[in-house]
Design a protein around this ligand. Structure first.
Ligand code: C5P
Length: 242
């Protein structure tokens, strides 16, 4: 690990320079943070599970034509991805009231929303990732109007596909966060899905019992966090061997 040039270290991942120009290695850590770094901990084995889960979901999405940064998994904790210019927006898609939406609008957690809702947050830790609108995004030049249209369309497709995929294994996709990046391909800029999709950035509830199988178990000190991530991998049929 130390031989490679470290490009960036985030809360749950480290990015290293990749073997080819335009590639990056994403290393998944076991570290977990919540409430903008105010709560910190370690979920043993989380990095291995998220590497696998994100590989699986990104691959399924690529199969239905959603362009992603994922190239291939390299080992238990690392995957090779395309280098992107990250768009500084977190896109949250919600199907069921939970988390900050339930708090902000006084909704009962678990209430199905009248329709799926897409929200944008500006990626800025020192500001606590404030919610912004398309107006802010385009006015401040974080993305162009065609780019944000593309991001919205892709986010809705991802939601439709993943909601069905998870329902098939008895899980409700309550909400999730996506990040997108810009690549220069065939002489034009293109937007692709980046970062990861895992129980770190999705809320997944068991359809029958509403048991939480995601990072809320860590955020709310509910215990059995690693087991919850394992259960998601098991239902996806990709539990890594011990
Ligand atoms: O906290 P909130 O209800 O706004 O989170 C909505 C969804 O986005 C959750 O699935 C959460 O895991 C994810 N999220 C994230 N990273 C953030 C904020 C939210 O992955 N910085």
């Amino acid at each position: 690990m130390s031989r490679r040039r470290r490009i960036y270290e985030g809360k749950a991942k480290i990015l290293f320079e990749g073997p080819e120009p335009g590639t990056v290695i994403q290393y998944f850590k076991d570290d977990a943070t919540a409430f903008n770094n105010k709560k910190k901990g370690v979920i043993t084995g989380k990095g291995v599970l998220n590497n696998r889960i994100s590989e699986y979901l990104m691959t399924r999405l690529a199969e239905i034509g959603v362009p992603t940064h994922f190239i291939k998994r390299l080992n238990m904790r690392e995957q090779l991805v395309r280098q992107v210019e990250i768009i500084p927006i977190e896109v949250v898609v919600r199907n069921v009231a939970a988390g900050s939406l339930a708090t902000r609008l006084g909704l009962e957690e678990g209430e199905r929303l009248p329709r799926s809702i897409v929200e944008y947050y500006y990626k800025a830790d020192h500001l606590n990732d404030p919610m912004v609108t398309e107006e802010h995004i385009t006015a401040f030049g974080w993305a162009t109007i065609p780019e944000i249209d593309e991001i919205l369309n892709m986010s809705i497709r991802v939601n439709d596909f993943l909601s069905g995929l998870f329902l098939g294994i008895g899980l409700k996709l309550v909400d999730f966060k996506l990040e997108f990046g810009r690549v220069f391909d065939e002489d034009q800029d293109m937007i692709i899905l980046a970062d990861e999709i895992s129980p770190d950035n999705c809320r997944l509830w068991d359809v029958k019992t509403n048991e939480k199988l995601d990072k809320d178990r860590f955020r709310r000190d509910m215990g059995r966090v690693e087991e919850a991530y394992q259960e998601v991998a098991r239902r996806l049929g990709i539990l890594p061997e011990d």
